[in-house]
Ligand binder design. Sequence first.
Ligand SMILES: Cc1ncc(COP(=O)(O)O)c(C=O)c1O
Length: 341
Amino acid sequence: MDILLQYVVKSFDRSTKVIDFHYPNELLQEYNWELADQPQTLEEILLNCRTTLKYAIKTGHPRYFNQLSTGLDMVGLAADWLTSTANTNMFTYEIAPVFVLLEYVTLRKMREMIGWPGGCGDGIFSPGGAISNMYAMLIARFKMFPEVKEKGMAAIPRLVAFTSEHSHFSVKKGAAALGIGTDSVILIRCDERGKIIPSDLERRIIEAKQKGFVPFLVSATAGTTVYGAFDPLLAIADICKKYKIWMHVDAAWGGGLLMSRKHKWKLNGVERANSVTWNPHKMMGVPLQCSALLVREEILLCPTLVTADSLSLLASCCMSVSCFKWKRCPAIPVGIHYPIA
Ligand SMILES: Cc1ncc(COP(=O)(O)O)c(C=O)c1O
């Protein structure tokens, strides 16, 4: 505990280095990396812990400006320690009563903030935004062709999805993993600020239909990975409605703005989405990892993910607790971080 707290104090100290950089070969030469057959003593293990933190990047440092996660939140960190101490997983109420209830109210609150009446719908925490995006694709495909669950891709027509040229690579990866194929993800042009051009989206949908493909998903991005651009969600929602296509919003990064009175307008139209990816571990400073997929229609998630031999929604047998790491503020129920700005 002392070693960890010393590291935390150093992380907050502006005068310390963010990184003590060494090339891989230097680190490999300096230390013995062999996994010995004999057990190590506790002293040796503690020494290894110190060494590990010596070379760790201090992601909570005030001068840390690398990818996408922000700061080190002490309440979140304490909650992470509590979660690891409880060392349970999320598959049933029986094994994790408080965590399961907390997950339920947290996901409902997130859906309320998206703008779905009364927080209606469903949701699931997942190992990250990429998996949440893949879940969205899975559910959209199931909604259009439920038979795909039992019969596979051979039983359905050739699907196509649309996303911007600045969207996260996970959209293509999801298509690869689900057997839809990366060639079936059509990249739509963006304007000079990195936002999708709606007229180009509509043109490409019409083109795909003329070729006999079935458009099943548009994945808009609220906060692109490189530019931080917000796609015009209202215009995209109109197009999805017109062509009866599932609208997903990848708000993995930008979702945190839904907590800001000043900036949440950037996500206007997100309430018209069928599903939303939102990663509190990005802009909201919640410790890694914490990603949610929210779905507007209540009865979709279960039939898509549950199989006869497993009642769990989780892809694996168990999953860590993601929802406990947010701060509580008196005006807002448990599990929700303080509003930004
Ligand atoms: C817009 C966007 N979507 C999805 C992801 C994937 O999130 P994760 O790294 O949690 O899988 C990222 C990650 O950078 C992202 O920026």
